[in-house]
Design a binder for this molecule. Structure first.
Ligand SMILES: O=P(O)(O)OC[C@H]1O[C@H](OP(=O)(O)OP(=O)(O)O)[C@H](O)[C@@H]1O
Ligand SMILES: NC(=O)CC[C@H](N)C(=O)O
Ligand code: SF4
Length: 476
């Protein structure tokens, strides 16, 4: 199980709004707050007042970084924002987003959800000295600057759009971008659409966001998803759709783990409610692996809909096994194994009267490095559970993700190193069953082939290089 020094992380959250005469920085704050679960390391926003773009970002949660005074100073009609989980580049202020540049008298800022898989090649093409940029996202800003400065760019009617049209097709991997200049809001989704991106409408404006709950909180109507391989340009004239990628590159493979864990359950992806999909995963588990038991309990929080589905399908009563401390976020983001272990103990405390003497079905969304379940299963045994039957709403997570989740090396992934029986013994449970892949995909969608499943199958939709490391741009 590795040295425990790697961090398992998930996708970032992006938000953008163009709404003249509206408090766009406050709206961005609300949107980022709704996307906090996608990134808890740093938060930032860029706001345009028409001639200048102001950037404010810092390490920490959205509510830590921004207060009323900071927001009040950020006035304008256009803003983008970001909540970060680092996948390329250290978790440090200089890699916080949005990235801002001013080149050839053109200002722009960009925020990125996803992870590029050709970062070393792109950095080499640019001839950047090591350490010039730390993250793949900042590298994209540098690529745009280089195109703005290209001799044949001089005099172009729209240098930024021209630069994007030249840069975007060179990027490989996962990227949902929100980009702005002084007056335009731009959204881009990679040809695979690994990470979500939605377009929403206000009475007098437009919004882009990683997930639909971020549109809900600013009272924007969901219009549609930005399509894989699409760029939307939003200005005073409305929304314009551009296709910067060759049609042959478009191959929709949305991250299936968005449905399992990343996305908020109150959101909708590909027209499917996430809560409903998780519930169906639990129902499928009950069909695949029935068991005689007294109570179905979820591992809060992402295991809850699956446990509800398992209980409904099996007829076994549903109950609470733990109380979750409401002041703690997601746990596997802490930077050391010791902190992660402690976070689990602080986050979840068993309800002894519910579990003592009971034969339990415990439902969880996923096992990555098993920090959560090692802690929570120990708690259940200490609380006197008579039996523990563990059911997981996804297949074993055996392969690293290179598309926006930092799973370090394979040594950190428990299912890459132990078979299911050995994991059952490691966790000290009576039985352990993972949901079969087909059942998981059928629970998600009527079109189950249109998803990335690489971390469960090793089948990577976009080829990945084994030479990429998180600090590849920062090494001297
Ligand atoms: O096997 P692990 O390495 O522990 O990772 C998997 C666990 O991490 C997540 O919980 P998290 O606390 O991040 O979020 P949640 O509150 O949404 O369940 C997930 O729901 C699993 O419980
Ligand atoms: N998880 C993400 O989407 C991260 C975005 C980007 N790769 C970064 O590390 O900042
Ligand atoms: S490898 Fe897994 S986590 Fe990464 S994009 Fe694919 S399905 Fe999602």
């Amino acid at each position: 199980m590795g040295d425990g020094g790697d961090i398992i992380k998930e996708a970032c959250g992006v938000f953008g709004v163009r709404a003249p005469d509206q408090p766009v920085s406050h709206m961005t704050y609300l949107g980022l707050y709704a996307l906090q679960h996608r990134g808890q390391e740093s938060a930032g926003m860029a706001v345009s007042e028409g001639t200048k773009i102001w950037v404010n970002k810092d390490m920490g949660l959205v509510s830590t970084v921004f207060d009323h005074h900071r927001l009040a100073a950020l006035r304008g009609h256009l803003a983008i924002g970001h909540t970060r989980y680092s996948t390329t580049g250290a978790s440090a202020w200089q890699n916080a987003q949005p990235s801002y540049r001013m080149a050839q008298e053109i200002q722009f800022a960009l925020a990125h959800n996803g992870n590029l898989v050709n970062t070393p090649e792109l950095a080499q093409e640019l001839g950047l000295a090591p350490g010039t940029v730390g993250s793949d996202s900042d590298l994209v800003a540098e690529l745009v600057v280089a195109e703005l400065a290209a001799p044949d760019a001089v005099g172009d009617a729209d240098p930024l759009e021209r630069a994007l049209a030249r840069v975007l097709p060179r990027l490989r991997g996962a990227f949902s971008f929100v980009i702005m200049d002084e007056d335009r809001l731009i959204g881009v989704r990679d040809p695979n659409g690994f990470r979500p991106l939605f377009l929403g409408q206000l009475p007098h404006g437009w919004v882009l966001a990683s997930e639909t709950p971020a549109l809900d909180v600013v009272s924007a109507q969901v219009v549609r998803e930005v399509e894989p391989g699409e760029m939307v340009v939003i200005d005073a004239a409305g929304v314009r759709s551009v296709r910067p990628f060759p049609a042959t590159a478009v191959n929709p493979t949305l991250c299936s783990f968005e449905f399992v864990y990343f996305a908020r359950p109150d959101g909708v992806l590909r027209g499917q409610g996430v809560h409903g999909a998780r519930k169906r995963m639990g129902m499928q588990l009950a069909v695949q692996a029935p068991v005689d038991a007294d109570l179905v309990v979820p591992v809060p929080e992402s295991g809850i809909p699956g446990a509800q589905g398992f209980a409904q399908q099996s007829g076994i009563p549903y109950g609470d096994g733990w109380i979750k401390n409401r002041y703690i976020g997601r746990t596997f983001i802490a930077p050391t194994q010791e902190l992660r272990d402690n976070a689990v103990r602080i986050k979840l405390n068993p309800i002894i009267e519910n579990v003592a003497g009971q034969r339990l079905v415990v439902v969880e969304d996923s096992i990555i490095r098993a920090t959560t379940l090692r802690g929570t299963m120990r708690m259940l045994r200490e609380a006197g559970a008579a039996a523990i039957h563990l059911r997981i709403c996804s297949p074993p997570y055996r392969w690293p993700c290179f598309y926006g989740m930092d799973t370090g090396d394979r040594g950190t992934l428990i299912a890459a190193n132990l078979d299911v029986d050995a994991i059952r013994d490691y966790l000290g449970v009576d039985s352990l069953v993972y949901l079969e892949l087909d059942r998981m995909l059928n629970a998600i969608s009527d079109e189950p082939s249109d998803f990335c499943t690489a971390c469960m199958t090793g089948d990577y939709p976009v080829p990945v290089s084994v030479n990429t490391t998180k600090d590849m741009l920062e090494r001297a």
